[in-house]
Design a protein around this ligand. Structure first.
Ligand code: TMP
Length: 212
């Protein structure tokens, strides 16, 4: 986000990759580095966005059209950007966001099979030129991740999808990483929590050294 002072960092992961643990680690790293920080998530991050999140994650007997899902993700995002993310960045704050538009490419594009050019059109419409400065992607083979995720108990509307869905999600993230090497950092999340933290630490050290 070049015209803006703060930095926008997003964290993505396949199911069960330990995203929450690493997010709190990243948060404490950035706070210790003295960065004024806003921590938020998608879908959600604003009162209206959180209501949309409820609709999106609740298992539904009557299903939901893939296009509805896509538009709800971007509806929540439009609100999130205008109410929270952009004002924070303009005030010089750093924003750490648990998932963002890359999740739309992965889940609605890869998982649901929606046309990526449609997602790109919505991305341009809703975000203009705004994109993350750094995206940390926690990667893990799908089987291992689902095993970990299923131990968490109650499943949301996405978590009940089959393995093939999550293979497509993972592949779409890896494709994005290849497409955007200057923004993406892929972390192998199959290691222990401490080893993953160590890898995350290295990525943040380098990022901060370029953005003091
Ligand atoms: P979470 O489980 O990481 O909190 O994310 C909520 C779910 O929403 C997760 O299964 C991924 C999904 N999601 C999408 O399908 N598209 C999106 O654009 C976003 C932000 C999340």
């Amino acid at each position: 986000m070049n015209t803006i002072r703060g930095k926008f960092i997003t964290v993505e992961g396949v199911e069960g990759a330990g995203k929450s643990t690493q997010l709190s680690y990243i948060e404490s790293y950035l706070r210790q580095a003295g960065k004024p920080l806003v921590v938020t998530r998608e879908p959600g991050g604003t009162p209206l966005g959180e209501e949309i999140r409820e609709i999106l994650l609740q298992p539904r007997a009557d299903g939901m059209a893939d296009e509805t899902e896509l538009l709800l993700m971007f509806a929540a995002r439009a609100e999130h950007l205008s109410q929270k993310i952009l004002p924070a960045l303009e005030n010089g704050k750093w924003v750490l966001c648990d998932r963002f538009t890359d999740a739309t490419y992965a889940y609605q594009g890869g998982g649901r099979g929606l046309d990526k050019s449609l997602i790109l059109d919505l991305e341009n419409l809703i975000q203009g030129h705004h994109r993350p400065d750094l995206t940390i992607f926690l990667d893990l083979p799908v089987e291992a991740g689902l095993e970990r995720a299923r131990q968490r108990g109650e499943l949301d509307r996405f978590e009940t999808e089959d393995i093939a869905f999550f293979e497509r999600v993972r592949q779409a993230y890896l494709d994005r990483a290849r497409l955007l090497p200057e923004i993406y950092r892929v972390i192998d999340a199959s290691y222990t929590i401490d080893e993953v933290k160590h890898q995350v630490n290295k990525v943040l050290d380098i990022f901060l050294s370029h953005n003091e």
